[in-house]
Unconditional design. Sequence first.
Length: 327
Amino acid sequence: MRSTARVHDPVALPLVYAVHESIGHLGIFVSGSVAKKEHDQFASNIDMIDALPPGLYEAVMAPKNPNDPAVDLITGDYLVRFEARTLDDIRALGGNNSELDKEFAAVARVSEINLGLYRTFVQPWIRMWANEGVAEWMRRFHPLRLQYEIFSQANPFMRPLLSNLEWARENRQPVSKDNPFWQAQEWLGHWIETSLDGYRDVRDNTSEALFHAIYGSPLVQALVGLKASDEDPRHRPAKDAPHLALVTQRIKELKDRIPEGGAREAVIRTHAGGSSRRAWIQFAAADAGRGWQRPDARGFQGDPAGAILDAAARRATGRRSYSIDAR
């Protein structure tokens, strides 16, 4: 990485990420609708992303302004822009210090010890009595499955109530908000919600305090072998010789191609080297939306190729020219 905020790798490809304003990375696995906005914007701007120069970018999505004169040109409900970022911006989002790394390393060691004990002393006994009948019994009585079956027709005690569902649907009557039963329902619902929020906060704070107290204990860390060395427990990727050789070879290939190209490459390199990366992103946006030439254009004057490039060729040429300028 360089101080010019350009992040490069041998294959010279852009890397784009998005930060959700209210959830962590696990939220996208909980509900597909949580990150629907991000998914839609990435899909609708894939041509723009493909045309970006090599580097690290954040996709910033904002609701479109109805007073914007160009609002009709924006498809969907959001306007997305790609802002250049560095690895320092990623680090600023938060990370673990050395003490937290040791605590998580202690968790990993304890987990490995527990797994070894289970496989040695428990698993053989489990295999002795485990069969398909027991497995089916465990599936049927799983709490997540049982909570639905209790209120279904599979429960004989629920069948009298289920037979009255149609009558209840047909005879529903709205009540006013000053109805005492409605007010009691609202009060009870608010009380349950407040109680659950309080329980959640106490549970989370207690769990966090116990985690730090147990796995941050010098005794626990010494018992699992973390005190035997002062090395950082986090394994970081090393720069091995084959990787360094690949990077060196790639840089040499790019430098060897500096004399190549014509007027088209000259224009691209002017944007890449003489302007800021913001200007280059705008240039890439023009390519993603309109192309670098009009449909009736006949190529750059003086360009030996003199032909209109398709989208893939334009992006490959632009990315290669940007990489050459960066090197």
